[in-house]
Design a protein around this ligand. Structure first.
Ligand code: ATP
Length: 500
């Protein structure tokens, strides 16, 4: 029999795995070498064979090439894969089969897939109902759908719908008109590609004689319409009044049936920043907050570990950022701005705001507590202790958080490992919102001073040269963060000066 295969390796994209290995050093003097792959699904230390839904291409056994594709894995699940080499005399003698050491694969989010197989389930002169094949969903990953549709030839006037199920009913359409529709699936990893355009046509208007029933329906319809108009009129007046008291934001140039990711609102439009804070954060009673020990020094003042006990709720551990008593106007403004921005986000990879204290001194921003602190220090203190899979899954978390921010039109401008916080379970969360940079104590020279502060080593060239900050420049910074993480917290560009 042959010896064991060598160097089993894998790459994982979403839930699709590609495994490959090197042939055994000893083929047993024969040419009929094949490989068999064994898959186990593991929960803590107990493993069981993988279910039938896990599909091996070309197959799990009898492989002649040293590679296999595996599909149908579940998101957020651990697997092991072991590869065995066999030949025509394997199993005939007393020698045991030799299997390469199993590789451990931790699957994260599922990647979105292209939606296909559209079926028109119902139509009339003003509506179309369409369903499509849901991607094979064996996991707890949430899959949602985005449908974009428009009248044929009117692409600029499209409407976007966001759905939880693989079907949609489009209403209020023109009779006897062709509509084009594209669908994409969205998972926590982001949106997949749009499907090819699908064309569906509404029925011509029904011109037959009106029956008594239809006439009654029309009368009811007209009455309902008048009622709706009245309701709409009252609603608009109320909204108008409310809007006068509140800054507006633009939801970009197309008709969105439902704005499912609304842009974040900055404090800028508020004459009085305290009003913006009130709108997006929760003012906490200071008696619910206990400060314990100092865990860091922030731009505005000391950061404490402490606890928060809200009435009727359990005590939770929190981090408390304080605003020092000698604050300047701009520090006060930036402090409130950071809380306002954080208060609008809700994502597992963004540090969660518990609330603020602005009515007493010191002012406080209270967030969830991240046991392992800032990512750069944490990595330096734990050099070489994490596997590449663990490091990449940290980066995956950061990427998820950043995707969420960019979907809300928020450009971070200061993405760096020092601004990522880490939980006990190594989950990474983006923090530090509202780059303001007074930074009297920037001893390391991280932030260049000329014309506003810029974290030079983390910033994209066009942002340094022309101050153009976009989600694309955040992606550049993410590249630098990848480098920081995989080098366990080394300084980007080592000992080069900022100028170099
Ligand atoms: P800078 O602008 O210099 O980054 P900052 O005012 O934004 O300062 P933070 O970086 O948020 O302040 O906090 C300073 C330090 O306090 C962090 O490096 C970290 O060690 C600690 N810290 C802040 N928030 C938390 C938290 N939620 N959980 C645990 N530690 C925290």
């Amino acid at each position: 029999p042959p010896s064991a295969p060598r160097n089993v390796s894998f790459s994982l994209i979403g839930t699709q795995l590609n495994l490959w290995w090197q042939p055994p050093s000893d083929h047993g003097g024969r040419k009929d070498l094949t490989y068999t792959v064994f898959c186990q699904r593991c929960h803590f230390l107990s493993c069981e064979p993988c279910e039938a839904g896990v599909i091996f291409s070309p197959s799990a056994s009898g492989l002649t090439k040293p590679a296999v594709d595996v599909d149908g894995l579940e998101a957020y699940t651990n697997y092991t894969f072991a590869v065995e080499a066999r030949n025509g005399v394997s199993g005939m003698g007393p020698a045991p089969q030799r299997t390469a050491p199993a590789v451990w694969v931790a699957v994260g989010h599922a990647a979105p897939v292209t939606v296909s197989q559209f079926v028109l389930t119902q139509r009339d002169d003003s509506s179309l109902s369409v369903s499509w094949l849901a991607p094979r969903q064996r996991s707890r990953t949430s899959v949602e759908y985005e449908v974009m549709f428009f009248e044929k030839g009117e692409e600029a006037r499209y409407t976007v719908k966001h759905l939880l199920e693989p079907n949609v009913t489009l209403t209020d359409l023109q009779p006897d008109t062709a509509y084009l529709l594209r669908v994409r699936s969205i998972t926590p990893l982001g949106p997949g590609p749009y499907s090819p355009e699908q064309e569906f046509r509404t029925l011509p208007p029904d011109t037959g004689a009106l029956s008594g029933g239809v006439i009654v329906t029309i009368i009811f319809g007209v009455l309902l319409f008048i009622g709706l108009l009245l309701g709409l009129f009252i609603f608009c007046r109320k909204q108008g009044r409310r809007r006068q008291a509140r800054p507006d934001y633009n939801t970009s140039g197309f008709d969105r049936e439902k704005v499912w990711l609304k842009p974040y609102v900055d404090l800028q439009p508020y004459d009085d920043p305290s009003r913006g804070v009130l709108e997006f954060t929760k003012e906490l009673n200071v008696s619910c907050v206990t400060m314990e020990n100092v865990i860091g020094e922030g731009e505005f003042g000391e950061v404490y570990r402490g606890s928060l006990r809200l009435p009727g709720k359990e005590r939770i551990v929190v981090a408390i950022k304080t605003l020092k008593s000698t604050y300047s106007d701009s520090q006060w403004w930036n402090f409130l701005r950071e809380a306002t921005i954080m208060g609008q986000f809700n994502h597992p990879n963004i540090v969660r705001l518990e609330g603020v204290v602005t009515k007493r001194r010191p002012m406080m921003i209270i967030t969830e507590y991240m046991e392992n602190g800032a990512l750069d220090t944490f990595l330096r203190e734990n050099e070489e202790k994490f596997s590449p899979v663990q490091l990449v899954s940290m980066l995956q978390g950061i990427a998820s958080g950043m995707t969420y921010l960019s979907e809300h039109n928020y450009v971070h401008r200061d993405l760096a490992a020092r601004n990522i916080l880490v939980t006990r379970s190594l989950q990474c969360k983006v923090s530090d919102f509202g780059l303001s940079r007074i930074l009297e104590n920037d001893a390391e020279g991280t932030y260049e001073t000329k014309g506003g502060k810029i974290p030079i080593r983390w910033t994209a060239p066009e942002a340094i040269a022309h101050r153009i900050f976009t989600s694309a420049s955040d992606v550049w910074s993410f590249g630098i963060v990848m480098w920081e993480v995989l080098s366990f917290g080394d300084k980007p560009y080592g000992n080069m000066t900022n100028q170099e």
